[in-house]
Design a binder for this molecule. Sequence first.
Ligand SMILES: [Zn+2]
Length: 322
Amino acid sequence: MADICVGIDLGGTFIKFVATSRDGAASEIFELPTPLDGGPTGLAAQMVSGAQKLVDQATASGDNVIGVGIGSPGPLDLKNGIVLAMPNIAGMVNVPLRDMISEPLGLPAVLENDANAAAYGEYVSGAGKGSDDLVVLTLGTGVGGGIIIGGELVYGAHQIGAELGHMILVPDGAQCGCGQHGCFEQYCSAKFMAQRTMDRIAADEPQTALSDIIASKGSIDARDINEARAAGDAFAAEAWDQTARYLAQGCISLTRIFDPDKIVLTGGMAKAGADLVEPVRKHFADLHWNLTEMKTEVAIATLGSDAGSIGAAGVAWRKFGS
Ligand SMILES: [Zn+2]
């Protein structure tokens, strides 16, 4: 008989479910579609039904479920387990999601924001395992992240810290949807890297194979830029390297503030693996100050999109496992 925690990762399209043991070993992850038209009740029912399946499996094997962790998009009231807003599901305003999961399952539950849950997943089972001081940067449509210091997630005084995508990287730079100018994510997310590159192609009409891709399918993405770079396209190589340098600049600022053991890159753009991390490491080393030797490592995440559910279970272990 073993103790397990259940992790639920609520995404815009799918909800992922996993059971983990105390050492972070994870069961096979399964997913159910996110019901977008059933309101809060329909959403909670789907989450409970997936979690109940894992609870039933545990019971059948003689295992004991000690708690449930829920990773959710926000904004959230973490202390009270409440989803304050969730734009893509009607009626998701001030919804006590934690208790709507906890009560029918008869198990204690904890709510965590999805970016923190993914960071915590890399900490307990992924590229950050063994590093108690860790920064995880998610490079997707936007840039998100999580900070773990001394083995604990960092929230800040008002629980809105660790919004790494909205650090100001370029003073008075590109306008961000958040209202600021020059946010990190305007320079380092997959979406904005592609947008910036398309803007430059439209303005300067450089010699690049990317122009042909834009002509045929209307747009390019980060993968197109990397593929053109790998095929020897000089403009694409420069665009890719510029993004790597922006990323390294952000990583240097994070290193100055937090002195992490590792900075782990995840999200869609991190799928480029060595193509991304090697130029980031090079710029990161070049930008490092001359006061101490570089000890922080920049690494690619190992869990991919499974980090959120494994991390949600990890947060439950943290809260209920002692
Ligand atoms: Zn911003």
